[in-house]
Ligand binder design. Structure first.
Ligand SMILES: [Ca+2]
Ligand SMILES: [Ca+2]
Ligand SMILES: [Ca+2]
Length: 224
């Protein structure tokens, strides 16, 4: 009976630790906590070079990890390093999750949240991808809408997404750039997420195998 008990104990502790990670960021509850957020910046592009934001609003690392924008924290040469990255007018950028994947949660609740700086979300289109090559459009954000329900696009539990693409959609300023032009991205978070299983260290695997052999040996001894 040792093995089923052990499996049960491991499952219970995994459940407890996942609930323990739940954290509210800027009013949104993330059940898996800080791993939920985009980990890597992949690429970006602009319709023309003139539509890019200026150098102070152009730091991709400012859009990674948990939301950290503080109201009034603009990006100029005189202030602290920027806490968000502007997309540029009509600009597009791609992010990647590396220690987690974005999944639909099986309900109409939101699954993906984009933290855009300012009182009203600047309009942008959202797409998701499993491989960074094939993309599925999942609507637009703007105004008071800053999150996406993947289930409403027909995805199922088997759909695990590692990439998010945001494209600035403001129709009023598509010709010029500079400053903090385009939507300003503080963070991108998978509300519905699964951790990517870490590959165990060889030493851990050896220890687990030794444990299994030990359990088998003691079971054989008892059977005699
Ligand atoms: Ca992450
Ligand atoms: Ca959902
Ligand atoms: Ca940020």
């Amino acid at each position: 009976m040792k093995t089923p008990f052990l499996a049960l104990a491991l499952a219970a502790s995994a459940l407890l630790s996942s609930q323990a990670n739940a954290t509210v960021y800027a009013g949104v509850n993330f059940p898996a906590g800080s791993i939920s957020f985009a980990d890597e910046f992949v690429s970006r592009s602009y319709p023309t070079a003139a539509q890019a934001p200026d150098q102070y609003n152009n730091h991709p690392e400012a859009s990674l990890g948990v939301p950290n924008y503080v109201s009034g924290g603009g990006c100029t040469a005189k202030t602290q390093p920027c806490t968000f990255m502007s997309l540029g007018n009509g600009g597009s950028a791609i992010w990647r999750f590396t220690d987690n994947v974005l999944v639909p949660d099986g309900t109409s609740n939101y699954d993906l949240a984009v933290f855009e700086v300012g009182p009203s979300v600047e309009p942008m289109y959202v797409a998701v991808s499993k491989d960074g090559v094939n993309w599925s459009n999942v609507g637009a954000l703007g105004g008071s809408t800053s999150a996406v329900d993947l289930d409403s696009y027909g995805f199922t539990a088997a759909d695990h997404f590692s990439y998010v693409r945001l494209t600035d959609a403001n129709p009023n300023h598509l010709t010029t750039g500079g400053g903090s032009s385009g939507a300003d991205i503080d963070a991108i978070g998978a509300i519905s997420t699964l951790p990517v299983a870490a590959v165990p260290e060889p030493a851990t695997v050896a220890l687990m195998l030794a444990g299994l052999v030990g359990i088998g040996f003691s079971a054989r001894r008892k059977a005699r």
